[in-house]
Design a protein around this ligand. Sequence first.
Ligand SMILES: Nc1nc2c(ncn2[C@@H]2O[C@H](COP(=O)(O)OP(=O)(O)OP(=O)(O)O)[C@@H](O)[C@H]2O)c(=O)[nH]1
Ligand SMILES: [Mg+2]
Length: 402
Amino acid sequence: MLIGIVGKPNAGKSTFLNAATTANAKVADYPFTTIEPNLGKGFVKRPCMCRQLNVKDNPKNSVCDNGIRFAPIDLLDVAGLVPGAHEGKGMGNKFLNDLSRADALLHVVDFSGATNERGEMVKPGTTDPVFDIMFLEDEIAYWLRGLIERTDWERFARQTQTAKTPVLAAIVDRLSGVGVTEGMAREALKKANLLDKKINEWTPDQLLAFSRELQKNSKPIIIIANKVDRLEGRTNYKRISEMPEYKGKVFPCSALAEFALKNFAKNEIIDYISGAKDFKILKPDKLSEKEKATLARIKTDILDVFGSTGIQAALDKVIFDVMQYIYVYPVADQNKYADNDGRVLPDVFLVKKGSTLIEVAGKIHTDLAKTFIHGINAKDKRRLGEDYMVQADDVVKIVSAK
Ligand SMILES: Nc1nc2c(ncn2[C@@H]2O[C@H](COP(=O)(O)OP(=O)(O)OP(=O)(O)O)[C@@H](O)[C@H]2O)c(=O)[nH]1
Ligand SMILES: [Mg+2]
C-alpha cells in the first residue's frame, strides 16, 4: 500500500510525512525544498482482535498498543506541484512518475493561504485554498491524458479501431505503469459515456473526460486542510468545509502540531498517542515557557476544536473509507490463533474489501495461492472455499498442499 503526498511547494508535505512517520525529510520555508522523493512508513489503526478473542497477542508485522492494532503503510513525499506543471511550470511533472505506484494521493493544501501560485510564502490569507484544491485534480488528469495520448494518438486510435483490438486492452497497456486496471478503465469509459463510441472518433474533450474519471478511480485524492493551527487556516477550513462540493471531503490537520507532539512524546516529556484528543505533560521542568505556551495553544486551537491533529484521522480515512481496505489476520493454528512459532495474532494484512480468500492467500505468499486447498475461519472453525469473500477482522488459517 503506497500513499503519495502531493501538493504545492511549501504546503507542508514533508512536515506531514515526518509527522506521520519516523522519516526525516528536509523541511524549509522556501519552495522545492524536496526534489528527490522521501519514503516513510506510517500507520493506520483499528481495534485489534486480541480484545475480542481475549488473547495476549505478540505482533510481528504490525504493532498492538492497548488493544489498538497499527498496520504499516508506505508514504511517499514528492516535489511540489504548481499549476501548469503539465506544461513544464515549476519542476514540470517529471516527479509525477514517482507517483506511478501510488494507490491514492493525499493532497496537502496550505489552508492558511500563505503560499502563492509559485509556492512562495506570502502573508496568510492571501491565497484561496479552493484554487489549490481544484488545480491538482486537473494536473493529475492531464498527466494521465499525456500517458494515453503520447505522441501518436491519432495513429494509435485509428489502428486500435481498425485492428479491432479491444479498446480497453489497448488503453490499459498504455497505462500499465501507473496501476490502472481493466476494471478501472472500464468504469471510467462508462462514466465518460464512451462505452460505445469509436476510439478514433473521441474528441479532445472526451479524452480529457475519460482521463478525469481515471484519476478519480486510479489515483483518488483526499484533501488535507493543513496549517489549521493558524487562525486563517481555521477560518478557511470553516468556510470551505461548509461549501456543498467539499462537505465531508476536507480533513483539518496541523502537521506541525503533530510533529511537535510526537517529538515531545519521543523524549518522554509528554504522554501522547498519535490520533489522541489530548496529551499529558510528564516532565514540566523539561519545557521552556515558550514550549509550554505552544502546547497550550495546540490544546485549545487544535485538539479541542478538531478532536485531534488530524494526521492519523486522515490516514485512517484514506485506507478504510476511501479505499475500502479491511484487516485480515492470517494464522497457522486456528485454535491458538498463532503462527508456527506460537506467536499469537502475528500479522495483519490490509486487503481490499470484497477480496476473495485465494486473493488474500496470494498477497501473503504467491506460493500459498498456488498450493491453496481451503481456509478455516478461526473464530468459528468454519471451512472456507477459495471464493469466500473475506470480512473485516477475519482470522483465517489457510490450508495448503505444502
Ligand atoms: N503553521 C504551520 N506551518 C506548517 C505546517 N506544516 C508545515 N508548515 C511549514 O510550512 C513550511 C513548508 O513545509 P514543508 O514541509 O517543507 O513543505 P513541502 O510541501 O514539503 O515543500 P516543498 O518540499 O518545497 O514542496 C515550513 O516552514 C513548515 O514549518 C503546519 O501544519 N502549520
Ligand atoms: Mg518537501
